[in-house]
Design a protein around this ligand. Structure first.
Ligand code: ATP
Ligand code: MG
Length: 286
């Protein structure tokens, strides 16, 4: 006999309104914005985006993004290729200027070292050893007293302390991405944006890296914004998943499941299927 299933998910509710039912298929995500407050004791930056627009010539990529992210939240962004995910991250990180609209980070002005981006390619300096590559993330503070110690600590955080005197060329793809993560962490960012950082990794390394990302986010309490093509990754890691479509936030789905989450669980699979259905169109997701 099938065991009754209780899913403690706000944002995923039984169709008939009862909270204990049989098969997982009987659940559907409720499309509602995440309203969770800032996490207690977070050093994360809150983010408020109003009517954000970005065009490249005639190409209107972002057409009025409205978004509020409480400090310390982990948000995943998914959407079809070319929908403007990287453009949105670049604007948030100050790497490009909006056509119109505003991006603000709470009451205080964000300093450049408060916001860091990690990309799909590790972008390490081939002529610098691992420790020096991690120090690059300190920017001007690279020459300050204590820079070595901070970089060593960041390498320890990502489990690469023993590789600090190596050249990047002898590292595996996963190890290079861990150095890139150490470089992003070393300045103590309050908002960390990830643009498909695990996209080039094999499946097992990817899962190990997902766990590492989750652990450093829990340890360091920054606000995390993860762009990913992998919806399973989005629901495994994020408090909230945003779907970008037609230049706007088309869906805003809470993932209120306890951590660490069990990959392959019925709850995650149901959410994943529903979001994939949204991305691919009706009748296409299994
Ligand atoms: N610097 C640029 N100049 C001109 N067009 C650009 C520029 N950057 C992005 N675009 C265009 O903006 C649109 C969105 O690009 P973006 O890279 O943000 O998409 P994406 O959602 O990240 O796609 P993917 O999932 O493939 O990475 C595309 O049509 C792209 O060609
Ligand atoms: Mg992109």
């Amino acid at each position: 006999m099938q065991q009754a299933l209780r899913i403690p998910v706000s944002g995923v509710e039984a169709i008939d309104g009862k909270d204990v039912i049989g098969p997982a298929e009987a659940f559907r995500p409720v499309r509602k914005p995440s309203v969770s407050p800032a996490k207690p004791e977070t050093r994360g930056l809150p983010l408020v985006i109003r009517d954000l627009r970005k065009s490249f010539g005639d190409n209107q990529v972002l057409r009025g993004i409205e978004l509020e992210i409480p400090a310390g939240q982990f948000v995943a962004i998914v959407g079809q290729s070319g929908c403007g995910k990287s453009t949105l991250l670049r604007l948030i990180a100050g790497l490009d200027k909006p056509t119109s609209g505003t991006i603000s980070f709470g009451d205080t002005a964000a300093r450049s070292e408060d916001i860091r981006v990690m990309f799909q390619e590790p972008r390490l300096l081939p002529w610098a050893r691992v420790l020096a590559n991690a120090e690059v993330g300190l920017g001007r503070d690279r020459k300050a007293a204590g820079a070595h110690d901070r970089a060593k600590q960041a390498l320890e955080e990502v489990g690469l302390a023993e590789k600090r005197d190596q050249w990047p060329s002898v590292l595996s793809g996963g190890q290079k991405q861990r150095v890139a993560l150490a470089r992003a962490l070393v300045s103590g960012p309050r908002l960390l944006a990830f643009d498909e950082p695990l996209g080039a990794l094999d499946a097992l390394t990817r899962i190990a890296m997902q766990r590492l990302l989750e652990r450093v986010w829990i340890d360091q309490t920054f606000t995390a914004i993860l762009v990913t093509h992998d919806v399973a990754e989005a629901v495994a890691l994020a408090d909230r998943v945003l779907v970008i479509e037609d230049g706007r936030v088309a869906e805003d789905i809470s993932v209120d499941l306890p951590r660490p989450r069990r990959r392959g669980s019925a709850e995650l699979a149901t959410l994943e299927g529903s979001i994939l259905g949204q991305l691919l169109g009706p009748g296409t997701a299994g």
